[in-house]
Design a protein around this ligand. Structure first.
Ligand code: NAP
Length: 245
């Protein structure tokens, strides 16, 4: 899967799945702009730099229009273009809907969904001009099947799917594909908060019998970002060990 000469932005890439995505795309030859809301992204950019690939860390809150404009501007100033956008940044603030605060609703929708709109809008100008682009957003199977205590998160992740399909239709004629990945339960800090009982119960429901790894998600993203996936758009690819089927 060759991504030589491609410039990719990965949001929320300081740790977890985003970090794996950044390393995978860099390993395939892409120049990677590593974004995060804190300085973790600098370590990931150094890690990529140590392999001889170009990388740039940009600290930005993807829920902020000003920060997103800065992220894309820094990318294009440094590397002249942007070919691949991976909308990965996301948070969860779980609570039963009757007890959910306005703030927890708004922040999850802002970081998990509005960010996808902001980043996509900002990169499209460049992708349309060059008539090539890949936009891949990390949704979740929770956006497909729901989950108690996650009404805000499920709404945002389902929203990503509607957004993906609408934009895929808008920009298909410009050589840009827009797809989503819906991971199941992936072994990151987000899922390490589960109790041992919850973990065992979960494992018993996953046909492939294990949690996913960030690398499982990265493999799917690298494929969708590649030339080989040029005829795939508006799709949601579940990477979930079979749990949602
Ligand atoms: P994670 O370990 O919590 O990492 C998320 C990263 O995003 C963190 O580095 C975080 O920074 C960063 N971030 C948070 N808010 C941000 C903002 N406003 N702007 C920029 N960066 C921000 O999560 P993960 O498990 O890797 O999940 C990555 C994506 O996959 C998320 O969209 C998540 O919803 C989705 N997903 C995860 C799973 C799973 O099982 N893990 C399953 C399905 C979907 P901080 O370090 O400062 O928090």
């Amino acid at each position: 899967m060759k991504l030589s000469d491609r410039v990719a932005i990965v949001t929320g890439a300081g740790r977890g799945i985003g970090r794996a995505l950044a390393l995978k795309l860099a390993g395939a030859g892409a120049v990677v702009v590593v974004n995060d809301i804190n300085e973790d992204c600098q370590e990931v950019a150094h890690e990529i730099g140590a392999t001889g690939r170009q990388s740039l860390a940009v600290i930005a809150d993807v829920a902020s229009p000003t920060d997103v404009a800065g992220l894309v501007e820094k990318t294009t100033i440094a590397f002249g273009k942007v070919d691949i956008l991976i909308n990965n940044a996301g948070i969860a603030r779980d609570q039963l809907v009757m007890r959910m605060s306005d703030e927890d609703w708004d922040r999850v929708l802002a970081v998990d969904l509005k960010s996808v709109f902001l980043c996509t809008r900002a990169v499209l100008r460049y992708m349309i001009k060059q008539r090539w682009g890949r936009i891949i957003s990390i949704s979740s199977i929770v956006g497909l099947v729901g989950n108690p205590g996650q009404a805000n998160y499920a709404s945002a992740k389902a929203g990503i799917i509607g957004f993906t399909r609408a934009v895929a239709k808008e920009v298909a004629s410009r050589g840009i594909t827009v797809n989503a990945i819906a991971p199941g339960f992936i072994d990151t800090e987000m899922t390490q908060r589960l109790s041992e009982n919850q973990r065992q119960e979960l494992l018993s429901r996953i046909p492939l019998g294990r949690l996913g790894s960030p690398d499982d998600v990265a493999a799917a993203v690298a494929f969708l970002a590649s030339e080989d996936a040029g005829y795939i758009t508006g799709q949601v690819l579940t990477v979930d060990g079979g749990i949602a089927m």
